[in-house]
Write a protein that binds this ligand. Structure first.
Ligand code: CMP
Length: 134
């Protein structure tokens, strides 16, 4: 069993897609271990996206990530990290494969609905950041 962190970003909440996105993960067989809606500060965004803070796309990403409520959750299942990334699809919604969440529902490389941990190390770090009591 493996755990991974998923954020349903502010575009998912604004567009009313939270239920639809969660349904896809649940239908796959993943379990929700923790879930909470939050509006984050710029400082939390900087910590979460530490590896991206120096990139040119970061300032608008920070603005977007803090622009409204998001839903943070921890999903659990066999090979959950890779399974969730496969279901989520490529970063740029315009290029993500049909059948994936981003491929079916996003037309942007910033407002791409979901963040999912990209490795076991990221999952450990991100779960500790978002859900320190787990
Ligand atoms: P996420 O999986 O949360 O990880 C980093 C985020 O940065 C990514 O999803 C996108 O929201 C955003 N991102 C990555 N690359 C770009 C880009 N080239 N332009 C704009 N936003 C990007």
């Amino acid at each position: 069993m493996e755990r991974t962190l998923v954020l349903l970003k502010p575009d998912a909440v604004r567009r009313g897609l939270v239920g639809q996105v969660i349904s896809r993960y649940e239908a796959k067989g993943l379990s929700i271990v923790a879930m909470e809606q939050r509006t984050i500060t710029g400082e939390v965004a900087d910590t979460h996206y530490a590896e991206h803070v120096d990139r040119d796309f970061y300032p608008p990403l920070r603005e977007f990530a803090t622009s409204g409520p998001l839903v943070a959750m921890v999903l659990e299942g066999d090979e959950a990290i890779n399974v969730v990334r496969t279901l989520t699809g490529a970063t740029d919604g315009r290029q993500a494969d049909p059948g994936t969440i981003r491929g079916d529902l996003s037309l942007s490389n910033r407002e791409n609905l979901v963040h999912a941990s990209d490795s076991a190390e990221s999952a450990d770090r991100e779960i500790a950041l978002w859900f320190p009591n787990l």
